[in-house]
Design a protein around this ligand. Structure first.
Ligand SMILES: Cc1ncc(COP(=O)(O)O)c(C=O)c1O
Length: 335
């Protein structure tokens, strides 16, 4: 059996989740008639402590709707240099919203209020006005790091003082919730919008939620339609999301425990490993592409994200046996 650690997006819906999907009540969601989508959006808004939520196809769509919502063409948006919207969303912020992105370089992917202050330029006719700050929690390329709550509060307070809107890219925010023990609504305090993915650690096949004020979500619904993201009997997918929110949040702690086991085991074979805070493990080694191939031959799949870095992500479909096999495969690599 192959151990697939390329991403937490590779999970397959469980039998119980498929059962919930098969029995979902559905309607035409573009008319607002799908009771299961409506229930999922209500649940997401409640958990997030926001007025409303919108079910969208992907984390990318959620981020891009938020960027469109908060900006005008010609604006500047700020984010950390490893952030997903800049690196992995096919240039969408420029193409769809006509904005330019100012990147803030950090070691660990985590911003501070001081970073934001020093990235802001004074009012001047030459400069694109900065209107939006995007924050990623947990950080994907930053190693699955979790923002301390005080740092989130400092970021939103500073952004408000500087006249910036704020969006939290919480593709894996439930990993942050479980790792920190701080509820979602508290982690999202002060953010104008936030999103989270159902299709990553939570194990649903499709979907993300965007949350924010009722007025912003009404506009977001129109932007989603413009992007072709209006879905019809989407309750089949929403049912998987509701199931995931009910059954798959607390178990993320198992993924975090396995990530720590994995990191310790790989380190034990002499490799340099960044200590994981959540479910993402980065291993530094000289030829990552060759290592990726060699591990695949031992039945372990992971991704060479840079010439000298491998990423392994724990999830619902990897058990303790899979972790042991992966550690053994690194042992073989070291010999
Ligand atoms: C931090 C972060 N944001 C957004 C996304 C985009 O999600 P999706 O693949 O659903 O578009 C990802 C995907 O891995 C991610 O890691």
């Amino acid at each position: 059996m192959v151990v697939d650690l390329r991403s937490d997006t590779v999970t397959k819906p469980t039998a119980a989740m498929r059962h919930a999907m098969a029995h979902a009540e559905v309607g035409d969601d573009v008319f607002g008639d799908d009771p299961t989508v409506n229930a999922l959006e209500a649940k997401a808004a409640e958990l997030a402590g926001k007025e409303a939520a919108l079910f969208v196809t992907s984390g990318t769509m959620a981020n891009q709707i938020a960027i469109r919502l908060h900006t005008q063409p010609g604006d500047e948006i700020l984010m950390e240099a490893k952030a997903h919207p800049y690196n992995y969303e096919a240039g969408a912020a420029a193409a769809i919203s006509g904005v330019q992105t100012r990147l803030i370089v950090t070691e660990d992917g985590l911003l501070t209020a001081e970073h934001v202050r020093s990235a802001i330029r004074p009012e001047n006719v030459h400069f694109a006005p900065a209107t939006l700050l995007c924050v990623e929690d947990t950080t994907n390329r930053g190693g699955g790091g979790v923002y301390p709550k005080a740092r989130l509060a400092a970021l939103t307070a500073t952004a408000a003082e500087l006249g910036l809107k704020t969006h939290l890219d919480g593709a894996r925010v439930f990993n942050a919730v479980v790792a920190s023990g701080i509820a979602l609504h508290r982690r999202l305090e002060g953010f104008d919008t936030a999103c989270f993915c159902l299709s990553k650690g939570l194990g649903a096949p499709v979907g993300s939620l965007l949350v924010g004020s009722a007025a912003d979500m009404a506009r977001a619904r129109r932007i989603r339609k413009m992007m072709g993201g209006g879905m019809r009997q989407a309750g089949i997918l929403a049912a998987a999301g509701l199931y995931a929110l009910e059954h798959h949040v607390h178990r993320l702690a198992d993924d975090h425990r396995r990530a720590r086991m994995l990191a310790e085991g790989i380190e034990g074979h002499g490799f340099t490993v960044r200590a994981p805070e959540t479910n993402i493990v980065y291993v530094s080694l000289p030829n990552a592409a060759a290592a990726q191939e060699a591990l695949a031959e031992h039945g372990v799949r992971c991704i060479a994200v840079a010439a000298d870095s491998l990423r392994l992500v724990t999830h619902l479909d990897v058990d303790d046996g899979g972790i042991a096999r992966t550690i053994d495969a690194f042992g073989a690599l070291a010999r």
